[in-house]
Write a protein that binds this ligand. Sequence first.
Ligand SMILES: Nc1ncnc2c1ncn2[C@@H]1O[C@H](COP(=O)(O)OP(=O)(O)OP(=O)(O)O)[C@@H](O)[C@H]1O
Ligand code: SF4
Ligand SMILES: [Mg+2]
Length: 328
Amino acid sequence: MSTNRQPVLELRNVSVGYESTHGVVQAVRNVSLNVYPNEIVGLIGESGSGKSTLANAVMRLLRDNAFLMGGEVIVQGQNVYDLSHKELKQFRWKRMSMVFQSAMNALNPVLTVEEQIVDVFRAHHPRMSKQEVHNKAVSLMELVSIHPKHLRSYPHELSGGMRQRVVIAIAIALEPDLVIMDEPTTALDVVVQKSILDKIQELQKAKGFAVLFISHDFSLVAELAEKVAIMYAGRVVEVTDGRDLQMDTRHHPYTEGLLRAIPELTAETVTIEGIPGNPPDLVHLPAGCAFHPRCKYATELCQTVPPNEVDVEGRTIACHLYADEVVK
Ligand SMILES: Nc1ncnc2c1ncn2[C@@H]1O[C@H](COP(=O)(O)OP(=O)(O)OP(=O)(O)O)[C@@H](O)[C@H]1O
Ligand code: SF4
Ligand SMILES: [Mg+2]
């Protein structure tokens, strides 16, 4: 893990809430995480754990009923929430971009692929000539391995995998430093999923941008990301090197449960021991560690005191089991 360079993305104690009729949904709680240049960082967690909310907070695209309750989002040294609206417009897509969850259905159905790519350049480089923009569109298509003839296609004329490649092409069109990908392959079949992941890795190496890759698919993230953050009920409970995601290394009990839930494909018998119970209500969170109602190691302390983040052999873990380790 790189620690001596300036992070592309620095999250400092970020908390995000949603106003609801039942009270404040504490969707993201005190998240601190760094993403360095050239790094692919995975963010995983069950549905509703706050992954998309965190991504939207980075892009400063929170929904109307959401608010940043605290913390800072720094991208390339710039606090995203200090930018004026005009600055933010330039900053988005040029410095940071995002492939939204269910993005392949987000392309405009009445515009051709070329028109949608052109829009991005027009918005940020109004003086670029028509020919220059067209050339850019052609090379972007080649970059994501789609024949440039499809620039004239409408989204419905493309397969799901091709649409997703177009969305990725648009996200990297202005060569941003950070690309957030929110479940970019979830709706695709396994073969297409694999080819998109290979493409993401190839593009990342060629262009050198950093990626925050969001998924609820643990094995997929483990394969792709060098560093993995595991989110539970709005909190990042562990940050680990992707290579350390094995049962024989010490982890947060929730990570342990996720690891056990991955079927061992090479084993003769496949046993999937999931995590019993359900994630908590984010309006009325359990006191102490939010995982305690589901944790087999929970003690009285866990029911009352939230655990600190500690350093366990290079991994950051928020759990009282590791109370003897150094607090971060
Ligand atoms: N507009 C909203 N108003 C109120 N609560 C919301 C809103 N959007 C999301 N939430 C709640 O915030 C929490 C986090 O949601 P979020 O979409 O960030 O989770 P996620 O990890 O991305 O889930 P998924 O894997 O299903 O995409 C959930 O409890 C969700 O119900
Ligand atoms: S702090 Fe306690 S309840 Fe929470 S994960 Fe650790 S052992 Fe389990
Ligand atoms: Mg989501």
